[in-house]
Design a binder for this molecule. Structure first.
Ligand SMILES: CC(C)(COP(=O)(O)OP(=O)(O)OC[C@H]1O[C@@H](n2cnc3c(N)ncnc32)[C@H](O)[C@@H]1OP(=O)(O)O)[C@@H](O)C(=O)NCCC(=O)NCCS
Length: 135
């Protein structure tokens, strides 16, 4: 299923304000009141998939990768009006199409999304470890 009229772009220009808005609307805990940090998040990502309805950002997925072995996925977020219409899974698929099968795709799920990732092909890892950010 595809959300009607939604277009997907790889590494399209994106502003901190647009990113903050989709984070806010999707309920993601992100530094939405710190545009400089959001800008660093945009600039530092290796791959950013965005979903657009006209000029409106309705979904985002960011990845940091070496293009050879590993890929850390972060910030998969879809505007609530567009959730459940295949936007999230399509963005992850586009990333997988680009990076291929040599890399592992690793992410930390938000509590509300733990049942989502198995539906789009992720295995639950039982040997994952994290040093959590302090702010
Ligand atoms: C989680 C999220 C990214 C999924 O994106 P989406 O566009 O709604 O997902 P899709 O429409 O591609 O869903 C694919 C499948 O997963 C299911 N699904 C979607 N969100 C789900 C969730 N939170 N829990 C369980 N299943 C979910 C869909 O019903 C669909 O199932 P189906 O194939 O049986 O119909 C999106 O709902 C979101 O932004 N949620 C709020 C923020 C968040 O938690 N982000 C994840 C951070 S790790």
């Amino acid at each position: 299923m595809g959300a009607y009229g939604v277009e997907y772009r790889m590494n399209a220009p994106l502003t901190a304000a647009e990113l903050a808005e989709v984070f806010r609307r999707s309920g993601m805990t992100r530094p939405v009141d710190d545009p400089a940090r959001l800008q660093r998040m945009i600039d530092g990502a290796d791959e950013t998939v965005t979903a657009w309805d006209g000029g409106r950002l309705v979904g985002v997925a960011r990845a940091v990768t070496d293009y050879a072995f590993c890929c850390c996925l972060s910030d998969l977020a879809v505007d609530p009006e567009y959730q459940g219409q295949g936007v999230g899974s399509r963005m992850v698929q586009l990333l997988r199409d680009k990076l291929g099968e040599e890399v592992s795709y690793v992410l930390l799920s938000a509590p509300g999304a733990v049942e989502f990732y198995p539906k789009i092909g992720f295995d639950r890892a039982d040997k994952a470890f994290v040093i959590r950010r302090k702010r």
